[in-house]
Write a protein that binds this ligand. Structure first.
Ligand SMILES: Nc1ncnc2c1ncn2[C@@H]1O[C@H](COP(=O)(O)OP(=O)(O)OP(=O)(O)O)[C@@H](O)[C@H]1O
Ligand SMILES: CC(=O)N[C@H]1[C@@H]2OC[C@@H](O2)[C@@H](O)[C@@H]1O[C@H](C)C(=O)O
Length: 368
């Protein structure tokens, strides 16, 4: 085993379900192989704190600093879980790549904020920490997101045109063409609205397998309104989005234009359609109809959405497990790979995806 080829990737995304972490070995030419995974769910308090920080609050700088410390401690718990599971010594890990927690994303205004305390994580783990992966791309005029298309191109390219679809809180796609061309962009909301609606009406944090939504009927006027009331859906790439744009107040403002006799399960069914249709419409606009979809993120486990993707136009929709990386691990492995790219001082953004003026080395180092 090459002692310097083990990397940890830590992702806590916009769904706010918790932290996904992986330990993987990365070869000299950037190919990852899996060693161990660890998931640390968020408790209700930290989850609410992060949700609160997505909007303006009294003394939010104070709350952000405390939340950053709590997150770093949770990330450190993941690291020790990984090392225990795999029997690997801390000094064998070359670096941790950690995303942090997005609470604002405003690339047009020149910023994106990922709450994090990489210094505390370095202190708690004794491992080099690479964080702050998005800000350099934004400084170069880019969206700072999505970043994973470069990683998808590295690990998932294959014969024909492949489309990688991440169904996280937000959905994003990467189109990998046989010619080597890579296109990627966010397509809109996925789990974040479905989770919030499910929690409000069933008390459960998410709609397991999409069963509750599948028990309802899509409401076509509501679907139409959701798709047309946000001009962002029609904007060309480069594009990215977040909770700043798609959130419960946005959904509620649209629902207020409909009779309150709408059944909650029908709204959930309509949100499932919104997820699938916004993905397929955006792909069609990018010149890909009837895609072969390889799906990652927690939404790959939502059988109802996976079925809708097939019914509404995809030739196939399979979890990325068939390409060698389990759906739930893809983003965490991507951040291990981004850390590897930083260590190599290798640029990791794709300017044609993010809109940055050129390639840039992404991230910053907090030494052990
Ligand atoms: N069995 C399941 N059935 C339906 N949905 C599920 C299931 N398991 C997980 N999910 C969904 O997946 C979500 C977590 O997905 P994931 O970890 O990919 O999101 P994320 O990384 O936070 O988001 P993003 O990619 O936008 O940053 C959960 O909040 C839930 O909505
Ligand atoms: C600003 C931000 O955190 N964006 C996330 C979010 O979650 C999915 C989608 O929106 C994607 O653009 C991005 O995450 C992945 C890891 C990315 O940068 O590729």
């Amino acid at each position: 085993m090459q002692p310097d080829s083990l990397y940890i990737g830590i992702m806590s995304g916009t769904s706010l379900d918790g932290v996904d972490a992986v330990l993987c070995r990365i070869s000299d030419d950037g190919k990852p192989s899996f060693v161990a995974r660890h998931h640390e769910p968020f408790g209700p308090a930290i989850r609410q704190q992060i949700l609160d920080l997505n909007t303006s609050l009294h003394d939010e700088l104070h709350l952000a600093a405390l939340t950053a410390n709590t997150l770093a401690k949770t990330y450190a718990t993941c690291v020790s879980g990984l090392l225990q599971n795999s029997n690997v010594n801390v000094d064998k890990v070359r670096a941790i790549g950690v995303h942090g927690q997005t609470v604002r994303h405003q690339p047009a205004l020149g910023y994106t904020i990922q709450i994090n305390s990489p210094a505390l994580l370095a202190e708690l783990t004794g491992i080099d920490v690479i964080g702050d992966f998005r800000s350099r791309d934004i400084a170069a005029g880019g969206q700072g997101a999505p970043l994973v298309p470069a990683f998808h191109a590295e690990v998932f390219k294959g014969p024909g045109t492949r489309v990688i679809l991440n169904l996280g809180g937000i959905a994003n796609v990467t189109i990998l063409r046989e010619s080597g061309e890579v296109v990627g962009f966010d397509t809109g909301p996925a789990n974040m609205l479905m989770d919030a609606w499910c929690e409000r009406h069933t008390g459960l944090p998410f709609d397991e397998d999409g069963k509750w939504g599948a028990s309802g009927q899509v409401n076509l006027p509501l679907l139409e309104k959701l798709l047309t009331s946000q001009p962002w859906f029609d904007q060309p790439a480069p594009k990215s989005t977040g909770r700043d744009m798609f959130n419960m107040p946005w959904l509620e403002s649209i629902l207020s234009q409909f009779p309150d006799t709408l059944l909650p399960a029908d709204v959930q069914a309509t949100l499932q359609h919104l997820t699938a249709l916004s993905v397929l419409t955006a792909l069609e606009r990018a010149g890909v109809s009837s895609p072969d979809l390889f799906v990652c993120g927690g939404g790959a486990r939502n059988s109802a959405v996976m079925q809708l993707l097939r019914e509404l136009g995809a030739t196939s929709a399979k979890a990325t497990d068939v390409l060698g990386i389990p759906a739930q691990d893809v983003e965490a492995v991507a951040f291990a790979w981004l850390a590897w790219a930083f260590v190599q001082r290798r640029p990791a953004n794709l300017p044609q995806v993010t809109g940055a003026r050129a390639e840039r080395i992404l991230g910053a180092l907090w030494p052990a």
